[in-house]
Each structure stands twice: as structure tokens, then as C-alpha cells.
Write a protein that binds this ligand. Structure first.
Ligand SMILES: Cc1cc2nc3c(=O)[nH]c(=O)nc-3n(C[C@H](O)[C@H](O)[C@H](O)COP(=O)(O)O)c2cc1C
Length: 446
């Protein structure tokens, strides 16, 4: 590998010197063969000439600088205004708190506010707070698909457009919805040089090829036509939509906390990278979409592995629950600190309970997963609460709800009167829906 001549610093031999050099990732160095064995050479000069210059040592290896700022896709960092290609993913109910978003923004990283499950005024309060605290620094809000509460998804997307939120992390989508596409395309235009500019950025979180395909493709015609019909887009804007994917970034969500299809990252990421290449070529985008990685990233090694596999950026979730900024409790932090890798399990999701969607939750030290599974089983097999045998109902009240179901229903009804009264209209004529709302009370509270 050529010859190295020392400059100001003499080479330093020995394992300790090499170990120290490897840990200082920002500085390049040579490994040379010295009289004392392999040694670290810094600075100096190198030549590839066949003949050794006077006093030069043979080079065994070269370690280029590897600064964390250089990991991932440079265009991801540039587009989002980041120092690092690193995102803290949304965590529902404000667990992904404004404090996390602020700390990430100040560190040159992207934090996403966990808007899922929160009422609209609470999300708007977070918009106010972050506008004041981080302003133009990078930050994102979660837009979560809410098949049970389409009005809420619509209202949250409208809020984000109205308040000029520039980046959303879109998650739990099985198919694209009108509010998501409306958010993405609001304000789309051509700039002075004729480039198509979509000011709203969508980072789509996906774990399946079908969903990734929708995010990596231009918005579907049926939704565009509807947006034009409703006056949300001009016909010209709808035509510009053919030049941009619904999401410029998709996150390959492998086996992770929260919603997951439990795919291994080493299988999912390459699949989605190949899909991206295919669709970028097919649609001829000016800027090809990027693919980031999430799921199980919790150490420098796992982040490095994701970057080595070609991730444009990395996203973490579970580990952020342990930090002081997380919108959670010390009881949760203690339980997570005691948990090992196998102390998790899948349990019915509160937000998509009726559809049988599951999320990954902590198993150790809690009966939640078993109890939630029991409730889902009853939901699947019974016509309504009145269809429960008296002994069965008594057991639920004693062991799971720890109160009588009538009072749970009263509280649930009061909640939905504020949040989405259509749920109550449906429950009045559909006993199974009423049962779902009562069971979701337990999932939500737990
Ligand atoms: C408690 C918890 C709640 C979550 N809630 C959401 C959510 O509301 N929206 C979302 O997009 N992702 C949510 N996630 C997923 C994270 O944003 C992230 O993608 C995931 O946790 C990454 O995998 P990891 O947990 O293995 O780090 C949640 C994760 C956890 C642990």
C-alpha cells in the first residue's frame, strides 16, 4: 500500500496506540510497519512509488476520517437542515414529547412530536410551543393513519397545513388517504428555474412493500381529482404532482417498538432500497427518494450497521423512552431498564383494535398483553357487552377493568362526546362497536 514518511509525529506502536486511534474516528491515520511492530502514523506524507523514499515505512492500512456528521445521505441532512442523519421517531400520546423534539433540534437532529392519540387542542398547543422554542430549527410532527377516527386525521392534517408545519412523519398507513396527500401537495409549484417544489416533506414509515410502493409513487389520480374537485388543489398543481413521490423519504420500520410487522432490518432495508431504485427509474424523479432504517437501533454498532447497509438515515424509538425528556413516567423508565431483549410481545393496538392490528409492547412485569388479547378474543366472538355471560362480565370487571363496565362506558361516552360524537351515534345502534369502545378504554388507559 505504498510508503509513509513521518512528519511532526513519530509513529506509535502497540495495541493501545492502535485502539486509541480507532476510537478517535474524526482523525485519519495510517498503520505502518515499524521496527516495533504495527504502528499508528498521523500526518506525514504518503507515496505509492515502488521504491521507498529515505526513512519511509511500509503502509499496512489507512483509516479515513469517519465523523458522525458524514454518516447517511448528505441530501437528507441538507433537505432537512440537519447536522446528523438521525431522527427520534414519534411516540404516541406525547411520549415523543416537545422536550425530546427541542433537544434533538438543538443537537442538529430531527425529533418528531408524538401526536397520535392526543386531542387536537393538545397537538395545537405543541405546535405553539415548538414554534416558539425551536422555530425554524428542524422538527417534525406525526400524522398517523386513524381508520377509526378519520375526522381526527383530517383535522390534524389541516392543522399542520394551516400552521405551516414543514415535515410530518406519516405512519400506520395501509393505503394513502386524502388528508395525507392534501398535506403533501399543499403549495406545490414550479420555481423560477422550472423545478417542481413541494414545500411539505413527508417521511413515510413503512414495513411492507405494498405500502412503500404507494409512498414512493406519485399521488394517485383518484385522490388528485377529488382534491381538485374540492378546491384544495388547482388542476395545474395536480399535474405537477406527477413529478414528486408522496414521500421523499421512507423509513424501513423493521422489528420495533409500537406498530411493526416484525421484519428483520437486514431483510427489509435491502428490499425497500431495491424497490426505491426501481420506482425512481420508472418515474424519473429529479431527486430519487431516500430510505432510512428503524427497528432495533439502540447502540453505535447497530446504527453503524444500518448505515453500512445503505440507510440514508436512522430512526430510534424505544431507547428514547428512557431519556429524561420523554413524556413518560419513572415507573416506565424503571421497567424498561430492567427489561431484556426477549421481554416483549405483540398485543392488540388501541388505535386499530377492531382491525386486529397489533403493536409490540413490554411483557415483563405486566399483564397488559394477556388481558388485551383476552379482550380482543371476546370482541371477535361476541355480539356486544350484553352477549357476555354474567360470570364472564364479573370476571372482566374484577380482574381487568377493576370497576363495573357501566361506569367505564359512562367515562368512554363522555370522552367521545368531546372528541368524536359520531362514535356514540354508531355505538347506539351497533352493540359490537360499543363493546370495542369500552375495551379500547382499557387499552388506552394501560
Ligand atoms: C412507546 C412507543 C410509541 C410509539 N408510537 C409511535 C407513534 O405514535 N407514531 C409513530 O410513527 N411511531 C411510533 N413508534 C415507533 C417509533 O417512532 C420508532 O419508529 C420505533 O420505535 C423504532 O424502533 P425501536 O423501538 O426498535 O427503536 C412508537 C414507539 C414506541 C416505543
Amino acid at each position: 500500500m505504498g510508503w509513509w514518511s513521518a512528519g511532526e509525529h513519530a509513529p506509535r506502536a502497540g495495541e493501545a496506540a492502535i485502539g486509541a486511534a480507532l476510537r478517535e474516528t474524526a482523525q485519519p491515520f495510517w498503520i505502518v510497519r515499524s521496527h516495533d511492530g504495527p504502528a499508528v502514523g498521523r500526518g506525514g506524507s504518503w507515496t505509492g512509488d515502488a521504491a521507498a523514499p529515505e526513512g519511509a515505512l511500509p503502509v499496512l492500512a489507512f483509516a479515513p476520517p469517519c465523523r458522525p456528521e458524514l454518516l447517511g445521505d448528505a441530501s437528507f441532512r441538507a433537505d432537512h437542515g440537519l447536522r446528523y442523519a438521525y431522527m427520534a421517531g414519534a411516540m404516541a400520546n406525547g411520549i415523543g414529547s416537545a422536550e425530546i423534539v427541542e433537544a434533538m433540534a438543538r443537537a442538529g437532529m430531527l425529533g418528531c412530536f408524538g401526536a397520535a392519540g392526543l386531542p387536537l387542542p393538545v397537538v395545537e398547543a405543541a405546535v405553539d410551543r415548538l414554534a416558539a422554542s425551536v422555530g425554524d430549527l428542524p422538527h417534525a410532527f406525526n400524522l398517523i393513519h386513524s381508520p377509526n377516527e378519520p375526522a381526527l386525521e383530517d383535522a390534524v392534517a389541516t392543522l399542520y397545513v394551516r400552521r405551516g408545519i414543514r415535515t410530518v412523519e406519516a405512519s400506520a398507513y395501509l393505503d394513502l388517504t386524502l388528508p395525507l396527500v392534501r398535506y403533501r401537495l399543499a403549495g406545490i409549484h414550479r420555481d423560477a428555474e422550472g423545478h417542481v417544489v413541494a414545500p411539505h416533506r413527508v417521511i413515510g414509515k413503512v414495513s411492507r412493500v405494498e405500502v412503500a410502493t404507494r409512498f414512493l409513487s406519485p399521488a394517485p389520480t383518484a385522490i388528485l381529482d377529488e382534491l381538485v374537485r374540492r378546491g384544495d388543489l388547482t388542476r395545474e398543481q395536480a399535474e405537477l404532482a406527477a413529478h414528486v413521490p408522496v414521500a421523499q423519504d421512507i423509513t424501513a420500520e423493521a422489528d420495533s417498538g409500537g406498530h411493526t410487522d416484525n421484519r428483520p432490518l437486514v431483510a427489509l432495508l435491502p428490499t425497500l432500497l431495491a424497490l426505491r431504485d426501481r420506482l425512481a427509474a420508472q418515474h424519473g424523479y429529479d431527486a430519487p427518494p431516500r430510505v432510512g432504517a428503524a427497528g432495533g437501533i439502540a447502540t453505535p454498532d447497530s446504527a453503524a450497521a444500518a448505515f453500512a447497509m445503505g440507510a440514508a438515515y436512522v430512526v430510534t424509538g424505544s431507547i428514547n423512552q428512557a431519556c429524561v425528556e420523554a413524556g413518560t413516567s419513572d415507573a416506565v423508565r424503571d421497567m424498561l431498564a430492567a427489561a431484556g431483549q426477549a421481554d416483549v410481545t405483540m398485543a392488540p393496538a388501541a388505535d386499530m383494535f377492531e382491525m386486529g392490528v397489533k403493536v409490540q409492547v413490554l411483557k415483563r412485569g405486566t399483564m397488559f398483553a394477556m388481558r388485551a388479547a383476552k379482550l380482543h378474543e371476546l370482541y371477535r366472538t361476541r355480539a356486544g357487552l350484553d352477549d357476555l355471560a354474567p360470570a364472564e362480565r364479573a370476571q372482566l370487571e374484577r380482574q381487568i377493568f377493576k370497576r363495573d363496565l357501566d361506569s367505564v362506558w359512562e367515562e368512554t361516552a363522555a370522552f367521545f362526546r368531546e372528541r368524536d360524537a359520531t362514535q356514540l351515534e354508531r355505538a347506539a345502534t351497533d352493540p359490537r362497536h360499543k363493546m370495542a369502545l369500552v375495551f379500547r378504554w382499557y387499552l388506552g388507559q394501560s
